[in-house]
Ligand binder design. Structure first.
Ligand SMILES: CC(=O)N[C@H]1[C@@H](OP(=O)(O)OP(=O)(O)OC[C@H]2O[C@@H](n3ccc(=O)[nH]c3=O)[C@H](O)[C@@H]2O)O[C@H](CO)[C@@H](O)[C@@H]1O[C@H](C)C(=O)N[C@@H](C)C(=O)N[C@H](CCC(=O)O)C(=O)O
Ligand SMILES: Nc1ncnc2c1ncn2[C@@H]1O[C@H](COP(=O)(O)OP(=O)(O)OP(=O)(O)O)[C@@H](O)[C@H]1O
Ligand SMILES: N[C@H](CCC[C@H](N)C(=O)O)C(=O)O
Ligand SMILES: [Mg+2]
Length: 486
């Protein structure tokens, strides 16, 4: 593609060199630069891409997009000065891949919890309705039947455009993607044309990155601020910050809620471990998904489908057929009659929701045992909060490891323990080895007791010191429950 075509409608401050270069590929990583390529220099959290301009040139890059033109300008290289290189990258990537987001219906879901669940439910609904779709999520990326391993919840904007372009070429009409706060902050969605944006909720997470809750909130809001006037913004008004998302958006505004007056209103009529009887805008239906948070996720998915132009008579029977999402409130029962819930709750709010959902369903004759930990090299402030919630809401909490990464597992556990209130000191024990912790829970449990194993959900590894060891909560439960019932 010709450079001037690539720069179509992109504001630039200065160009030095040939504007007619032919571009073979584009990248923001000098290590990936190729002959006749374009390199965008971005300031990151660790290093500054401007320091790697010459290494990109050594690897063959002929066009450099940067915020500061280097002093040692090289012949045959075109330098393009822009105000914001990360922002420019998004628009260049869209142009390079033929603006795929404008050729399908792109739906983005943001919020602290519920993004994977809601996007996956939407993918499944639209697939059942007969459409080819794409999914970009924490668990996996999908282009119709093709599954691509996921590296980020929201990948970088080049990858995003590559996936969307492939989806378009394969005939996908819808793409559902998670929009993480890191993704918004690092402008990974810049230049994408969203048809619908959905907000789930906002609670405590990622403060290691965003520093304050206000900054975190502002970042989420930016996603809605950047929508165009032909987009639709759908927010959860039961969340106290739900309306903030709509404050400055040009998109048409829609609301959903279980408790507050809203355009899409839901009610849980009945709930147990097998599912829920729900009522959406006056129409009742059964779902095998369970727990209040799943009612929210289904309601948002329903709202998106209606805003896409479908009729409730087509959507509700489809929702009724949905299966649970991998690692999200997945239930198992051992031969010995112990009940297990595997859930990806890794934030205080998610853990509280899962335990509340179970407490709402259980008769209180059974005991509730919670096995959980907190990730290393991640927001430390959530640790004591999760310790407090787990001990308060369970009969017994077993604190263990969940991807300690470069941190000392014993220290992470101490940080969690620090949040336990004195009256609950007798309600927990700590076992750093996750397998041993699950084993202890099974030993302690009697028939009908409920064991929640939280934090890892679909993950199949335990990351210790940069090494990912195979570990799967569900697999471990099945293996131990069988061994121990012998
Ligand atoms: C903290 C963070 O988000 N970092 C992301 C960021 O990297 P960075 O800012 O640290 O990059 P850097 O190392 O400072 O480099 C700056 C620039 O110089 C370039 N460079 C660097 C070295 C070199 O030799 N040559 C070169 O050109 C880099 O390519 C980059 O463009 O930009 C990279 C490219 O897009 C991301 O891969 C990387 O994600 C890291 C791996 C990561 O772990 N991110 C997690 C925290 C994340 O993004 N999570 C969210 C949310 C999770 C959720 O809640 O579900 C997600 O969306 O996945
Ligand atoms: N709507 C919701 N409200 C509150 N909690 C939820 C909601 N949906 C799911 N959860 C809880 O949060 C956990 C994570 O859900 P999910 O993976 O869908 O969220 P996510 O936003 O994709 O998270 P991540 O930021 O890690 O990608 C679930 O396992 C469940 O415990
Ligand atoms: N997207 C989240 C997932 C956390 C999952 C939990 N198992 C952990 O490793 O902390 C993060 O990377 O912070
Ligand atoms: Mg996710």
């Amino acid at each position: 593609m010709k450079l001037d075509e690539l720069l179509n409608r992109i504001p630039v401050s200065e160009i030095i060199g040939d504007k007619n270069q032919e571009i073979s590929e584009m990248t923001f990583d000098s290590r990936q630069a190729v002959e006749q390529g374009l390199y965008v220099a971005i300031k990151g959290t660790v290093s500054d891409g401007h320091d790697f301009i010459n290494s990109a040139i050594e690897k063959g890059a002929k066009v450099i997009v940067c915020e500061n033109i280097p002093t040692d300008i090289k012949d045959e290289i075109t330098y393009i000065k822009v105000k914001d290189a990360a922002k420019t990258l998004g628009h260049v990537a869209s142009n390079f891949y033929g603006n795929p987001s404008s050729k399908l219906h792109l739906i983005g879901i943001t919020g602290t919890n519920g993004k994977t669940s809601t996007t996956t439910l939407l993918f499944d609904i639209f697939k059942m309705l007969g459409f080819k779709c794409a999914l970009i999520s924490t668990v996996e990326y999908r282009i119709d039947e093709e599954v691509i391993p996921s590296t980020h919840t929201t990948p970088d904007v080049i990858r995003l455009n590559q996936i969307l372009a492939k989806a378009v070429s394969k005939g996908c009409e819808y793409a559902f993607m998670e929009v993480s706060s890191h993704g918004i902050h690092q402008q990974r969605t810049e230049g994408l044309q969203f048809k619908i944006a959905g907000f789930t909720n906002i609670t405590h997470d990622h403060l290691d990155y965003h520093k304050t809750f206000e900054e975190y909130l502002k970042t989420k809001k930016r996603f809605f601020d950047d929508l165009s006037s032909d987009a639709v913004a759908i927010t959860n008004v039961d969340d106290k910050n739900g309306n903030i998302m709509l404050q400055n958006t040009k998109a048409s505004k829609k609301t959903y809620a279980l408790k507050t007056m809203s355009d899409f209103h839901g009610k849980i009529t009945e709930v147990d471990f097998n599912g829920m009887l729900l009522n959406f805008n006056g129409k009742e239906f059964w779902t095998t998904l369970t727990g209040k948070f799943n009612a929210y996720n289904l309601l948002l998915a329903y709202a998106v489908a209606i805003e896409c132009g479908f009729h409730e008579d087509d959507i509700l029977p489809t929702i009724s057929k949905l299966k649970r999402v991998k690692g999200r409130f997945e239930t198992l029962k051992s031969d010995g009659g112990i009940f297990f819930v595997v859930d990806y709750a890794h934030t205080p709010d998610a853990l509280e929701n899962v335990l509340d959902s179970i407490n709402e369903i259980r008769t209180k004759n059974e005991r509730l045992i919670t096995v959980f930990g907190c990730g290393g090299d991640r927001d430390k402030t959530k640790r004591p909060e999760m310790g407090k919630i787990a001990t308060k809401k369970s009969t017994l909490a077993i604190i263990t490891s969940d991807n300690p990464r470069s941190e000392d597992p014993a220290q992470i556990i101490k940080d969690i323990e620090a949040g336990v209130e004195p009256q609950f000191y007798s309600k927990y024990t700590s076992i750093p080895d996750r397998r041993e912790a699950i084993k202890m829970a099974i030993k302690f449990a009697e028939p009908k007791d409920i064991i929640v194993v939280a934090g890892k959900g679909h993950e199949t590894y335990q990351e210790i010191n940069g090494v990912k060891h195979h570990f799967d909560d569900q697999e471990t439960i099945i293996e131990l429950a069988r061994l121990m019932s012998k």
